[in-house]
Design a binder for this molecule. Structure first.
Ligand code: GLC
Ligand code: MG
Length: 571
């Protein structure tokens, strides 16, 4: 009797098939740098369309695309001047339809970047707001200045923009300051105005009707600011100068309570859209650099649902080239500990705002880290180029384009500019790495492209790319989808993890993050009862695929392995 009952429980638990996005790998395309079809040195939509075959070949079925909308490109598309038009150098709405038809044919989903916190100062809404045109007076955050003791006009408080310098800019015509949490050319929308919220929903509806599968929502911590406009306190960071964002502790300008309500409301909007159309889930992935409690709250508060996924940036923000296996374990478990069990995990190690993983963590650790991201439960995220192990490029001051770099100036730009992680995709060893037939490219191609490129990696017997493809295949195995996770650091250099599911093969991940050979002992796992077989390795690993090992074996410097354990014959 008890046995039958157990069986039902097992069917109930594992028989429910997951929704399309729950085990997905999302591939981030940065459109300026992916593929240029017309030779102007800037990537475009037709370029993406022509290269969808690569995405398919890698094994990817879902992408998210950084903004492609009409924009003066001060912040490379994150300053939008029309949410429903395409930036001319990227193409037209018809090109987008062509791209999305081709994607649909290949079974690839497109997630759009949605940037609701701010618009470009060239957006019609801002132009109308400047003139106080009826209906648009309060579309942005306008505040009177104050006079100091010498009679000079000063901004209403001490807030600093994320890109450096004050967060307020004075407009002579209107005679008021407007708020911008990013560049002065990116005025913040007033999220407390119901007309703004309606206009933003209309934007989402526009793209949903065209057929997108959801949105990556930009910069959500910045949606609301303290209504009393209180000054923010200083941080204790002695390295910060008064114009640095880190000079202040942003208790009044980040993650304010109303933000959560808005995210929950948008979730309802997306769910309703699906219900009213085809019942296919449209997902929301949110971008919030926040502490762990604030981050997981974007998923929902127990009663209301929020984002399907809120990016887990902790592998990126909390680890660096000096991190030990204990740090890795702690960072992974931090996420697992705080994420309520009903939500789906996700793992991010790179994007267009942070140095590339190989440059940040060491090129010799690329495979080990790609393997980790894919091994952990839930959703994996890949920034374009991570599948081939691209590194940051070199960008001189003369070539610098990123507004953060430009604001920092020639002495300091290298520490902060995001151009280095945005260099063109390295397709092959031909001119401009096969990215563009033009004479020059908007950012220089990284100098290592002759040897580090997709074509070479496809031809090599072992490569980052081939490992990546196999990882995507491995993720289709039931244990990798449904299995439990245990993470153990065996010493400061050896990180291991186990995925197991009763009655199925278990999988073990082993990564030597250090420069010396380590004797690994898996006896620490009571779950492992049998011999193990190597099913995947980092490039040039000493134990080839297919090797049978016992629970003790040597792992060379920076080597990473995934091993399969057969299910125990007797429990
Ligand atoms: C997000 C984007 C970043 C952009 C900022 C302002 O953080 O990822 O690239 O600069 O928002 O829109
Ligand atoms: Mg082009």
């Amino acid at each position: 009797m008890i046995g039958v009952k157990c069986l039902f429980v097992v069917i109930a638990l594992y028989g429910v098939s997951a929704d399309w996005w729950e085990h997905e790998v999302f591939y981030q395309i940065y459109p300026r740098s992916f593929a240029d079809s017309d030779g102007d040195g800037v990537g475009d939509l037709i370029g993406i369309k022509q290269r969808l075959g690569h995405i398919k070949d890698a094994g990817i079925n879902s992408t998210w695309i950084s903004p492609i909308f009409k924009s003066p490109m001060v912040d490379f598309g994150y300053d939008i001047s029309d949410f429903t038009q395409i930036y001319s150098e990227f193409g037209t709405v018809d090109d987008f339809k062509e791209l999305s038809d081709e994607a649909a044919r290949l079974g690839i989903r497109l997630i759009m970047d949605f940037v609701p916190n701010h618009t470009s100062d060239q957006h019609e809404w801002f132009q109308l707001s400047l003139n106080r045109t009826e209906g648009y007076e309060d579309f942005y955050v306008w505040v009177n200045g104050t006079l100091d003791s010498e009679g000079n006009l000063q901004p209403p408080n001490n807030w600093i923009s994320n890109f450096g310098n004050g967060a307020w800019t004075y407009d002579e015509g209107r005679g008021q300051f407007y708020l911008h949490q990013f560049s002065p050319k990116q005025p913040d929308l007033n999220m407390r105005n119901p007309k703004v919220l309606q206009a933003l929903k209309d934007v989402m509806k526009f793209w949903l009707d065209i057929g997108v599968s959801g949105f990556r929502v930009d910069a959500i911590p910045f949606f609301y600011e303290d209504i009393e406009l209180r000054d923010e306190p200083r941080t204790y960071d002695p390295t910060a100068t008064p114009n640095d964002y880190k000079y202040l502790n942003h208790i009044y300008t980040l993650n304010q309570p109303e933000t959560y309500d808005l995210i929950y409301e948008w979730r309802e909007f997306l769910d309703n859209y699906s219900r009213e159309t085809d019942n296919v889930t449209r997902i929301m992935m949110t971008e919030a650099y926040a502490d762990i409690q604030e981050t997981v709250l974007y998923y929902g508060d127990g009663e209301r649902k929020g984002a399907h996924l809120t990016f887990n940036f902790f592998l990126l923000t909390d680890l660096n080239i000096n991190s030990t296996a204990y740090d890795f374990m702690f960072t992974i478990n931090k996420w697992i500990s705080y994420l309520p069990v009903q939500y789906v995990s996700n793992w991010v190690v790179g994007n267009h705002d942070n140095p590339r993983v190989g440059s940040r963590m060491g090129a010799e650790r690329i495979d080990g880290i790609n393997m980790l991201v894919m091994f952990l439960p839930g959703v994996g995220v890949t920034y374009y180029g991570e599948e081939i192990g691209m590194l940051d490029g070199y960008v001189s001051w003369e070539d610098t384009k990123d507004p953060i770099g430009l604001t920092a100036g020639p002495q300091k730009y290298q520490a902060v500019s995001r151009d280095i992680e945005r260099t063109p995709f390295q397709w092959d060893d031909s001119k401009n790495a096969g990215f563009s037939k033009g004479n020059s490219t908007w950012l220089p191609v990284a100098s290592n492209y002759k040897t580090l490129n997709l074509k070479a990696e496809k031809e090599a017997s072992q490569s980052h790319y081939k490992i990546y493809q196999q990882l995507i295949e491995l993720r289709k195995i039931t244990t990798m989808k449904e299995g439990e996770l245990i993470v153990k650091a065996l010493n400061k250099n050896v990180l291991t993890a186990l995925r197991y599911l009763p009655g199925h093969e278990s999988y073990v991940y082993v990564f030597n993050i250090g420069a010396n050979t380590e004797l690994v002992d898996l006896s620490h796992y009571v779950e492992i009862q049998n011999q193990l077989e190597v099913v995947l390795t980092s490039v040039d690993a000493s134990l080839p695929k297919g090797t049978q090992v016992s629970k003790q074996f040597n792992v060379g410097p920076y080597e990473a392995y995934i091993l399969e354990v057969s299910p125990a014959t007797t429990a």
